[in-house]
Design a binder for this molecule. Structure first.
Ligand code: 6R9
Length: 654
């Protein structure tokens, strides 16, 4: 339960000038949405989005839960992010301040970003990419990565960005599922002073088979490191140089799929979350403006990667749709040292800083052991608003962030949302909401979030339950690519009579304030360093190592830095190893999972047993495994356990 006695009020000067100023303004917006839901969203959709053809109807629920918003309107996202700003006289304004891993800084104006996007859009067309085709983007953090996304949007191609840390196998699976016609990649990426392969992984992925839909691979030259070259590969700089820097946007319907983004669910196979054009853009722009209070002079920095949804909404689209200036950072928070973030805030006079609790926790550790990288050694006085995303932020980390990074004066917006929600759904507004460390506070105006029981009935405040959203909203997931039944089953299950969007998280509302605190996933999804991982996905990867592994079960356990850590229980096809042999096999299995999914999925703990604890009916006792993983005394009833002796074996982690 959150401690509501400790309220942090918005600083008066900030509140006074904020886009949403004071709780009365917040309440007024909520009341407007409550009394005329569609009217509220229509008003904002007209205000925040430039339409080629205006929509006449806000919401179409005739095929619920496949909701449609602003369906008969047409628009173009890239027009809204780029041309619109240039036409408004912001052509010379810096859109992106790019800082490379090695510290080199490049500034790109709106006019330049538009020209780059048009050139790239012309390249896509020249390569035969058509409206509705899927393009996989496997790129480092770069201006070119954002340009690739904007260029797809410009011609109506649907992008699917795959995080650069995913393995060849994961990349292959996504290419195949999306039926992509092109991959846009780079020769290598530069992180923490090291060059890491990208193109080589694309080659490997395409070599695994199932990717016959791919016609070309476009390669951005980042490091000029040595790579293999095949007939289907083309250099981005050669192709763009040959193209014009203007390109008429493709006006698409509001429901046209802007992008797919694969994310983990309860079952083994990642799902392609499909987003719309109109509703998504509206919420990207609206939340950037209200949650971050973005103003023309702000320097906004979201540290996420474009491979995750946060990098889509709050790097590639939201800030640009408002004509903001933003940082795009290639490197890692700990290179050349753990003061990198603070130095960049100081150098670029960042005013709004948005990062993940995992990063904060690891930088706290670093600052506590090395004064030189403590934020107090830097001038962070430009900051006015801080944000947190991806996982619950523990109150101690919140307090440190508030005091040492924000100098005690910057509100922290703890934004709860998901790949599926498209943008913030529960979050404080910095000039309005009194803050409570550890709570994401209240729904964004117009989002009908609630806490219910298993039957869909509201639970009273103070009692935990299941987080739902009672009404469809413009930026919600439209479907799972190629699997509409799975969409329905995952998000609109029959238990809730198909009425409410099921987030997959548990939540509790404070008795007095009604503030929400997220209590964590209620399905088999782990959150490791803010990255979503399905336990089943990791189990499948382990058991696919058929030479070694007979059986595996994966659970999460709390971790001070990464939030949750992955703990794998493994039964081998050979006698249970101990000592150095166990260590060596554990390393082999971690590398295997790294290859199957990506390094982020490597289990932290691996525990070997002669078998797994099962009930007599053969069910793996996951609750018990969670206790073992935590190092807790097992208090559960173990009488139904087939072989109680193995609990002792599993006590040892490698
Ligand atoms: C944006 C993003 C979504 C899951 C979500 C929840 C967790 C995200 C949170 C949070 C507590 C917050 N989550 N933000 N939990 N407080 N402020 O992270 O999307 O990668 O799809 O993850 O992350 O468990 O269900 P995604």
């Amino acid at each position: 339960m959150t401690d509501t006695t400790k309220l942090y009020l918005p600083p008066a000067a900030l509140a006074e000038k904020a886009h949403v100023s004071g709780m009365a303004a917040y309440d007024k917006l909520c009341a407007e949405a409550a009394s005329d839901y569609e009217g509220y969203w229509s008003r904002l959709a007209r205000e925040f989005v430039s339409w080629k053809k205006p929509f006449t109807q806000a919401l179409n629920s005739s095929e619920a839960p496949f909701f449609k918003w602003f369906e008969d309107g047409t628009l173009n996202v890239s027009y809204n992010c780029l041309d619109k700003q240039v036409e408004a006289g912001l052509g010379d304004k810096v859109a992106i301040i790019f800082e490379a891993d090695d510290g080199k800084v490049t500034r790109v104006t709106y006019r330049e970003l538009l020209a780059k996007t048009c050139r790239m859009a012309n390249v896509l067309k020249a390569e035969g990419v058509k409206k509705g085709d899927r393009v996989v983007i496997y790129m480092p953090m770069s201006v070119e990565g954002v340009v690739a996304m904007q260029a797809c949007a410009r011609i109506g191609a649907t992008h699917s960005v795959v995080f650069g840390g995913f393995s060849a196998q994961s990349l292959r699976d996504r290419i195949e599922d999306a039926g992509a016609v092109m991959v846009i990649t780079a020769d290598e990426q530069q992180r923490g002073g090291k060059s890491l392969p990208l193109k080589a992984i694309v080659d490997e992925a395409l070599g695994l088979g199932g990717c016959d839909s791919i016609k070309s691979v476009i390669v951005y030259q980042r490091t000029a490191g040595k790579i293999n070259w095949t007939a289907r590969d083309k250099w981005m700089h050669e192709l763009t140089a040959a193209q014009a820097e203007t390109c008429e946007p493709e006006w698409v319907g509001a429901e046209h799929p802007l992008f797919l983004l694969y994310t983990s669910g309860s079952t083994g196979k990642p799902k392609g979350v499909q987003h719309s054009t109109g509703g998504y853009l509206l919420h990207a722009a609206l939340t950037t403006k209200w949650t971050f209070d973005l103003k023309p002079d702000d320097v906004f920095w979201c540290t996420a990667d474009i491979g995750w949804v946060t990098g889509h909404t709050y790097i590639a689209y939201g800030p640009l749709a408002l004509g903001g200036t933003e940082i795009v950072f290639e490197g890692v928070p700990t290179f050349p040292d753990a003061g990198r973030f603070w130095k960049m805030i100081q150098d670029h006079k960042v005013t709004i800083f948005y990062t993940a609790p995992t990063a904060i926790r690891s930088l706290i550790k670093a600052a506590e052991s090395n004064e030189a990288v403590h934020p107090k050694k830097y001038n962070l006085s430009s900051l006015r608003i801080l944000g947190s995303v991806g996982e619950p932020i523990n109150p101690a980390a919140w307090e440190w962030y508030h005091q040492h990074v924000g100098g005690g004066r910057c509100p922290i917006v703890d934004t709860f949302w998901q790949t599926e929600t498209g943008g913030h759904v529960i979050t404080p507004l910095p000039g309005a909401t009194p803050l409570v460390p550890g709570s994401c506070t209240l729904p964004f105006p117009g989002i009908m979030a609630a806490v219910v029981d298993e039957t869909g009935k509201d639970v009273p405040n103070g009692q935990g339950g299941i987080l739902v959203i009672k009404k469809p909203w413009p930026s919600m997931i439209r479907t799972i690519w190629g699997d509409a039944p799975r969409f329905k089953k995952s998000y609109y299950p029959e238990d809730f009579k198909g009425q409410y969007y099921l987030a997959g998280d548990g939540a509790i509302r404070d008795e007095k304030t009604g503030y929400f605190t997220i209590t964590g996933r209620i399905d088999d999804v782990l959150n490791v360093s803010g990255h979503r991982m399905g336990t089943m996905e990791i189990e499948s990867a382990l058991v696919s190592c058929t030479d070694l592994v007979a059986e595996a079960a994966v659970v999460g356990r709390p971790d001070d830095t990464t939030g949750e850590a992955i703990c794998a229980f493994v039964v081998l096809k050979r006698p249970r190893p101990t000592g150095d042999e166990a260590k060596a096999i554990a390393k082999q299995l971690r590398d295997w999972v790294g290859k199957e999914i990506g390094p982020i999925a490597k289990p932290k703990d691996i525990r070997f047993g002669d078998n797994l604890p099962k009930t007599r009916s053969g069910k793996i006792m996951r609750r018990l495994l969670r206790s073992v993983a935590k190092g807790e005394a097992v208090t559960q009833d173990t009488s139904t356990l087939e072989n109680p002796a193995i609990l002792e074996q599993l006590g040892q982690a490698y």
